[in-house]
Every structure is written in C-alpha cells, then in structure tokens.
Design a protein around this ligand. Structure first.
Ligand SMILES: C[S@@+](CC[C@H](N)C(=O)[O-])C[C@H]1O[C@@H](n2cnc3c(N)ncnc32)[C@H](O)[C@@H]1O
Length: 214
C-alpha cells in the first residue's frame, strides 16, 4: 500500500472507512479503561474521524497523524475550527480545539519525540497495512513512544483469501506476536461490525476491540 494509494482515495472521495460519527466501540468502552483526563492520546492514521473530537471532549490531549492534507483540512472545516499551522520536523502541524494533527507519514513519528504519549487509539490503522508493514508499524510505535502504556485497538477478521485489503484481516495470534512481549492483551468486544466496509460476500466478518496494557 503506497502513499499515493491513500492520497488518491482522498482525492476521489473513496473514503468508505470514514464513519462520520464517533466509533461506537470507542464510546462504549473508553470510560471503563481508566485513562486519566489530561493524558496525551496518539491517533495514528486518523483520517478526519470524529473520534478525534470525541476524545478531546473527554478531556484528553489528542494528537493525530495523517498523510492526506485533504483529510486534515476537512476535519477542521467540519468542526468549524480554524487551526493554527506550523512546521514540526517532517510534518505540517495543525492545532485547534484541543486536537493537534500532524500531516505526514506515520513512519516519521520518531522525529517528533512524543515522550508524553502514554495511550494510542488505533482504529483502522494497523489493519490498513499489509503484513510486512504491520510488523514495522507496531515495532516503530513501541520504539518511538517510550511512555506508551495502553493501546485501544480495533481490528477486523475475515478470510483473507476471499478479499484483498485494505482493510486487512488481523487475528489474535498476530496481535500477540506484534504486541504480546510488552503488553497484556484483553479482548473487549467481538461481533459482526455494525457496518460493512464494502459490499462483499465474505463467509464471515468480525470486528474486535482490544485493550493492550503494560
Ligand atoms: C482506513 S483509513 C482510517 C482513518 C481513520 N482512522 C478512521 O477511522 O476513519 C487509513 C488512513 O490512514 C492514512 N494513511 C495511510 N498510510 C499512512 C501513513 N504511512 N502515514 C500516515 N497516514 C497514513 C490514509 O490517508 C487514511 O486516511
């Protein structure tokens, strides 16, 4: 999945992954997780998700990383917020309403030295990458965020042979391989998703929410 693939998706408005409202698993489970108000939460591959605003409304400092400038500008315009802009290393940073969005490649994250980030919210980020990039992404997050203690992760599972990703199918054993050495892993939910990413005839499709904690 190269960067142009995603920029083209945004350009053509092919953003079926965008929910337009806060994710229901996030809303359902977040308050039970005991994340302290004021914590810095990183949202990798954030798109223009309403989750960003919802997390800021919970009193969190929200930091998103997104490749597509179109997505970032649409996010702020849709909230009716006018962001301040500056440059931070390889990223363009946009800030308003308690949300900081960095426009650029997630793999440049080490350049930001975000030592204050203790929590990651990953919806449709890990599963946006093919297998080899998933390994690099998970390893990079753990290395770039020295204070990372908690990760709320939403994944999909389906027979990979029946559809090409993204979104890719990610099963529990892979999550354990990627994160199990550093984190305890609890499955919070496992069900058919409320909405399908595409019209497909998959034999099965399930969505899971995971809470990873050191
Ligand atoms: C499947 S979407 C998920 C968006 C968002 N998390 C949501 O729930 O709506 C994946 C997003 O990641 C962005 N993206 C893909 N590769 C990226 C990369 N290497 N660095 C930063 N963002 C990337 C895409 O532009 C796209 O907006």
């Amino acid at each position: 999945m190269d960067k142009q693939f995603w920029l083209d998706k945004w350009h053509k408005g092919e953003i079926g992954f965008h929910e337009g409202q806060p994710n229901s698993l996030l809303e359902q489970h977040w308050s039970t997780l005991g994340v302290a108000a004021g914590s810095a939460v990183l949202v990798p591959l954030c798109g223009k998700a309403q989750d960003l605003r919802w997390l800021a409304e919970q009193g969190l400092r929200v930091i998103g990383i997104e490749l597509a400038q179109t997505a970032i500008e649409a996010f702020f315009a849709e909230q009716g917020w006018v962001p301040e802009r500056d440059e931070q290393g390889p990223y363009q940073r946009y800030r308003a309403g308690g949300v900081e969005l960095y426009c650029g490649d997630i793999f440049d994250l080490p350049a930001l030295a975000l030592d204050e980030v203790g929590v990651v919210y990953d919806r449709a980020a890990l599963i946006a990458f093919p297998p080899e990039l998933r390994r690099s992404y998970a390893a990079m997050l753990q290395e770039a965020l020295p204070e990372l203690k908690q990760l709320f992760l939403i994944t999909l599972e389906y027979p990979q042979a029946e559809m090409s990703g993204p979104p890719f199918s990610v099963a529990e054993d892979e999550i354990r391989t990627l994160y199990g050495a550093q984190f305890g892993i609890e499955q919070l939910a496992h069900a058919e998703p409320e909405r399908r990413f595409r019209q497909t005839t998959l034999s099965y499709l399930t969505e899971s929410a995971w809470w990873l904690k050191k």
